[in-house]
Design a protein around this ligand. Structure first.
Ligand code: EPU
Length: 333
């Protein structure tokens, strides 16, 4: 395995911002991974998957590791209703979802076309159209960055919540593989208005039809990072108190609110940004996407600080107008 010094990270983050890693390597198996951790015990470390939820504002003064772990292992027989598949961390997420849908293994179809790798999915518990990946995860196998020990986390040990997990909170584990628990039996459960509308004309949609509908809805609203550099939803949907929601609803009767816990609801960051006048707004080379203001797009800058300034501007107008603090979902390095 080669160690590269002063390595350009531009192609490794979907926002395409420029920055150099002091050291970079791509281990292809667990032994190589352990070796590179031992080789540089005192360097700061950053693990990068598809780079779809991270961007750089400065050089990384340490070791950037991009694992290249591929493979799928299926453990079930035709008669079983439950299917267990272990997918290695570097497998492309959507290709994996396509693989499961082709075999009619159910559970991940709503998460079609989300960019990134399998290993990144549990980190921020990816979600879309009423589904969250945590509901299909049996265990996550990870390596402790400091000790090299391989640990298997059962679902309830992953501390999953909205766009969060133990892997995101503690920068301490490198995900090696994820074991999914899928079902052979499929029935579409309408959960999400955009998707229901797309499937309206089909009486009892098949899993393939649901995947195709999700892909159509996503393509309409979200830019492909290959054509227009972006990192998906930039902000998390914020939680507000029910009292605050009631007050805001007087001025904004269509404010989306989703139940959360006693006294609290989740509202829509896209709605707030839209109403603050920032839908399709552009400052220099950075802007929000005209079809979905929750997405910040990079029209040609290589400087991550420009994205940060634009983010601060959005946070400040939303704060001023609604007294709501938006929090980025994307990791800023
Ligand atoms: N809205 C507006 N104006 C807009 C767009 C949306 O006011 O231009 C309002 C609408 O009221 C809409 C609401 O915002 O009902 C929610 O919008 P949307 O359904 O598009 O979803 P979202 O909350 O903006 C979340 C995820 C997406 C996921 C979609 C669909 C987060 C941070 N984002 O976005 O995830 O695809 O739901 O389920 O939870 C991602 O994380 O990269 C991502 C794309």
């Amino acid at each position: 395995m080669e160690y590269h010094k002063h390595y350009q990270l531009k192609e490794l983050n979907s926002f395409r911002t420029e920055a150099y890693a002091k050291i970079f390597c791509s281990p292809t198996n667990i032994d190589e991974l352990r070796k590179c951790l031992e080789e540089y015990p005192s360097e700061k470390k950053l693990i990068i998957g598809g780079g779809c939820n991270i961007f750089f504002t400065k050089n990384f003064d340490g070791l950037v590791i991009k694992p290249e772990f591929f493979g799928l292992h299926e453990a079930s027989s035709e008669e079983d209703e439950d299917v267990y598949i272990e997918a290695m961390a570097s497998e492309d997420w959507d290709s994996f979802v396509a693989y499961t849908v082709e075999r009619k293994f159910c559970g991940l179809e709503n998460l079609s076309l989300i960019p990134g790798t399998v290993g990144a999915a549990p980190v921020q518990n990816i979600g879309a159209y009423g589904a969250e990946v945590k509901d299909c995860i049996r265990e996550v196998v990870a390596m402790d960055i400091h000790t090299g020990e391989v640990i298997s986390f059962a679902n309830n040990e992953c501390e999953f919540s909205y766009r969060n997990s133990i892997f995101k909170q503690r920068n301490k584990y490198i995900i090696l593989s994820v074991v999914f628990h899928l079902k052979r039996k499929f029935s579409y459960r309408p959960k999400y208005v955009d998707l229901n509308r797309e499937l309206e004309s089909i009486e009892d949609p098949t899993i393939e039809e649901v995947r195709e509908a999700v892909i159509r809805v996503r393509k309409r609203k979200l830019p492909s990072e290959k054509e227009l550099p972006n990192a998906g939803s930039f902000f998390k949907n914020p939680y507000i108190t029910t009292d605050q929601a009631k007050k805001l609803s007087k001025d904004y009767p269509d404010l989306p609110v989703y139940p959360y816990k006693d006294g609290w609801v989740k509202t829509s960051a896209a709605f707030l940004i839209d109403k603050a006048g920032y839908k399709g707004k552009r400052v220099g080379d950075i802007g929000t996407y005209p079809n979905q203001p929750l997405i910040i797009v990079n029209y040609g800058s290589s400087d991550g600080n420009k994205i940060v300034s634009f983010m601060e501007e959005i946070k400040s107008v939303v704060k001023q107008k609604f007294s709501i603090e938006l929090e980025p979902e994307v990791r800023i390095c």
